[in-house]
Ligand binder design. Sequence first.
Ligand code: ADP
Ligand code: MG
Length: 688
Amino acid sequence: MSKQGNIGVTSENIFPIIKKFLYSDHEIFLREIVSNAVDATQKLKTLASVGEYKGELGDQTIRVTVDPKAGTLTVSDRGIGMTAEEIDKYINQIAFSGAEEFVEKYKNDAASIIGHFGLGFYSTFMVSKKVEIITRSCRDGAVPMRWSCEGNPEYLLEETVKEETGTDIILHIDDDNTDFLDKERISGLLKKYCRFLPIPIAFGKKQEWKDGKYVDTEEDNIVNDTRPAWTRKPVELTDEDYRKFYRDLHPMSDEPLFWIHLNVDYPFNLTGILYFPRIKNNIDINRNKIQLYSNQVFVTDSVEGIVPEFLTLLHGVLDSPDIPLNVSRSYLQSDQNVKKISNHITKKVADRLEDIFRNDRPQFEDKWDSLRLFIQYGMLSDEKFYERAVKFALLKDTEGKYYTLDEYKTLIKENQTDNDGQLVYLYTNSIEEQYSYIQAAKDKAYSILLMDGQLDVHLVGQLEQKLEKTRFVRIDSDTTANIIRKNDATHVELSSDQRSALQEIFRSQAPKTEKTDFHISFEALGEKANPVMLTQSEYIRRMREMSAMQPGMAFYGEMPDNYNIVLNTDHALIKKVIADQETACAASLDPITADIKGWQARQTDLRSKQDQKKDEEISAEEKEDLENTNRKLEELNSLRNVILAQYAADNSLVHELIDLALLSNGMLKGEALSKFIRRSIQMIDPGQ
Ligand code: ADP
Ligand code: MG
């Protein structure tokens, strides 16, 4: 029997469409024909197991060969084969999917049939000028058939000679795609798409080194692992099996922290192994390490849209025939099955973490530092996960101890509640840089959290919203006395002259750095505390940090850094600055101060008189008088400030104090640092 005809498609000519638009990735044709071969082989196995096929199954290895001279790539299987009618039905009428019908018939046995690839077979025309099928059906007395088609709606179907049951698909690769005749290329593609297919796939022979060159051995070069770890039962697997599988998948990664073996068959089908990697910093470089399979056929390694974003940080394999494969990502996101699957995975991940936390807390703590970015990312981006994780997410203090949120709350409740009833969580982002603040806080028996992770600033914001009456404050954002405001604040005893003099002395000598503002404030912190401290507003600092990571917050990035220079009025050195200044400047300042007093009295007097009158009742002379007085006072004050600034400019104690405060914040650098060193040496040894 020989037959010529037209391929039964509704559109005029489907081939140009296939060639250009079907898949942007031409290489997937290989996945399609190899998975068809796998289907056919599994179908035959199924038939044999239900007794419908009585012949020998024989060696079922699928063979892939390239012949660069002939320009062909061939995939041969020992599967079910096709009769002429079947070719007609399954190949010629391409809208018809044979797999679907088969699955319908053998529902219970043929669960693993790959059949979701739509125009699978015809994808070969993306790379071929001609495709041949040489096939012999497994049915008794079947006539072997040869089908061929040259990428147009005409095909040829004729009888042929073929001894064994099964199918050879022969692609005559077209001139634009000769790279698919390259052995290395094909080997790479088999590795990518066929690595875990359930039927052995041979690509050539294993080679050995003989007489100065590589030669083929007798042994098939099998490219796949037919029973990858995720398809096996967890009880069959040791920890080492899981680790080995991880190394196979991600040879460049560190050992995983732990893993989850997924196995669901209702209401959807999902298997897989997800590994928790060690994420040290930068979450972005860890993405896209999950590979998605459909019945062991590789589909993609970018799973965004399929699993919640934070889960893309996990590594491993997901396998589900229920995820629609050849559809757009936006479709995936709204697909109900995909939603269910992704909720399920989130739940399993949370279950696993909670399980380890409850049953093996030491291990959980031990791995927390490598896990936290993942967990925090989940908490920040997925409400459901937050609700689960809030039970096992840990906080770490500067001593390296770990607490759950609840435990920590209990720990600090007593000592760290401020006079507004707010619970104050103190934290540092660098034990080294904020050492002196930490020490001072410890002296007050405060507990300090170490929050030095990439997401901590965001987490702090989230926790403040979620937890009631809770505030997070970085340890350097206020003096230790005031960081948790209680009722025992002490009074600063300075006259207003002393205040304004000190203010001017330090303000005039504060560093002049672009985009950095310094304010002077006074506090009575006790004789033992440092004379000068630098603090930084929590709010502004946090906004700046967040703006660095988030677009749309550039405004905060433009704001100047704000520091407070806090002078401890109890400290002997600050008292000395005041006393020294009073002595040194007495001659030049006393007359000015007296003058100022006089003019101030006059100002008060004039103001109170004018306050009693309506505007129209105040005469021009009276107005002028007040203006003159104001101006005079301004002049005198600025004169006074000039004298104080001049005095301060030459005062090494003032400079030393400011520098020490900067130094303890790691802010003394470059020229300022070397000046400080020189000055310090001179102060220790004035002979220098
Ligand atoms: P699908 O695999 O989704 O059914 P394909 O276009 O890949 O779609 O294949 C169409 C049909 O052609 C298959 O369902 C199967 O019946 C038949 N077929 C393709 N390749 C083979 C093969 N190697 N052996 C037997 N039948 C095959
Ligand atoms: Mg197919």
